[in-house]
Write a protein that binds this ligand. Structure first.
Ligand SMILES: Cc1cc2nc3c(=O)[nH]c(=O)nc-3n(C[C@H](O)[C@H](O)[C@H](O)COP(=O)(O)OP(=O)(O)OC[C@H]3O[C@@H](n4cnc5c(N)ncnc54)[C@H](O)[C@@H]3O)c2cc1C
Length: 334
């Protein structure tokens, strides 16, 4: 599918995370010509980018589901009516055109749409990195900021940098697979859940080093060694390492959204009971929107997506019903 075209869409969804995907499904069900734009190279938002190998327990209908499986199912569902997908494009500008439709300018092209749904989560996010020689050089060759495929760590010597829930969760997850895990933290206070910290100290085979930071990474085409140092004594040590997982959090870049003239509260877009923003015809749903009582969960976000799409539908066709009826009464069989 081409990533962009000059056609006018009924609804363009900025952000292909779980909320944008469900919005695309619902818009397809309501027979709207739909497009999704996402700055990432793949759909799925936080599910596939931040925690693909974690279990999610609070999705209706699933006692437990791996985030990557949930993401895959949501992608299947979100694209089943043929939504156009534009990946690796970041929307920079939102312009209202004469007649009330919109032009979205991205870093690559332009898109035209009668209505817009912003489901941009926390914005375009990027993992925090560490400015140490070798980190950039070995990215993709032993240095990782997220785990896409656990099997690459099987039988390998792994260094984890970080002390939050994510770093410790990965230590727990990868401990049975890897040959060894060393976890370094620049302080002695952990942000992770106390049970995880207790596991690290008392129940795991993970070697941990406190007050320890990386000095440089070395290797020959692939990471082989990490030189670490004690930040109290400056004493260095060289560790034989195959993979280094830097897990010190993410920085979300809300960036351009703030310049679109929308009523914002901090980094969130204020919406009304129809999930419409202060610009008529522009809706917002999921983590990026706010209203009195907002809770940031996938379960609530997908509900907001339905609301936004149904009101966008009525905006396009005032004779359409807001509530489309139940999906069980429609013939949507694959
Ligand atoms: C570790 C972790 C565990 C979690 N566990 C749970 C859980 O168990 N249950 C639960 O309900 N929630 C959980 N969450 C929260 C959940 O992931 C979010 O609530 C959910 O992802 C929000 O979905 P979204 O579609 O609104 O945004 P996101 O998933 O953030 O997707 C937004 C998408 O928009 C794209 N984007 C942003 N700006 C632009 C732009 N300008 N142009 C183009 N694209 C753009 C981004 O690239 C991204 O793909 C967890 C979150 C984390 C970090």
């Amino acid at each position: 599918m081409p990533s962009h075209d000059n056609e006018l869409y009924d609804i363009t969804i900025i952000g292909g995370g779980p909320v944008g995907l469900f919005a695309a499904f619902y818009a397809g069900m309501r027979k709207m010509k739909t497009k999704i734009i996402d700055s990432l190279p793949e759909l799925g938002g936080q599910l596939s980018t931040l925690y693909p190998e974690k279990y999610v327990y609070d999705m209706p209908g699933f006692a437990e589901v791996l985030a990557s499986d949930l993401s895959n199912e949501m992608i299947k569902q979100g694209t089943r009516f043929g939504a156009q997908i534009a990946l690796e494009e970041t929307v920079r500008e939102l312009e209202t055109l004469e007649g009330g439709s919109f032009r979205l300018k991205t870093d690559k092209s332009e898109h035209l749409s009668k209505t817009v749904l912003i489901s941009a989560g926390a914005g375009a996010f990027a993992p925090k990195t560490i400015d140490v020689p070798g980190v950039k050089d070995f990215e993709g060759a032993g240095v990782h900021f997220s785990v896409r495929d656990k099997s690459q760590f099987a039988g390998k010597k792994l260094l984890i940098v970080g002390a939050g829930d994510s770093a410790l969760d990965w230590a727990m997850n990868l401990e049975p697979l890897s040959e060894s895990i060393t976890l370094i933290h620049r302080r002695d206070i952990f942000r992770a859940h106390e049970d995880s910290v207790d596991w690290l100290f008392n129940r795991s085979r993970v070697r941990y080093r406190l007050f320890t930071e990386m000095r440089r990474l070395e290797g020959n085409g692939h990471l082989q060694r990490v030189v670490v140092y004690d930040n109290r004594t400056n004493e260095e040590d060289t560790l034989d390492i195959d993979h280094c997982l830097i897990n010190i959090g993410f920085q979300a870049h809300i960036g351009p959204v703030k310049n679109w003239g929308l009523n914002m509260q901090g980094n969130s877009i204020v919406v009304d009971a129809h999930c419409e923003t202060s610009i008529p015809g522009v809706y917002a749903a999921g983590d990026i929107c706010t209203y009195d009582g907002k809770i940031k969960l996938i379960a609530t976000g997908v509900g907001e997506a339905c609301t936004a799409v149904c009101y966008a539908k009525v905006r396009l066709d005032p004779k359409a019903r807001t509530f489309p009826g139940h999906s069980t009464n429609m013939d949507l069989r694959l």
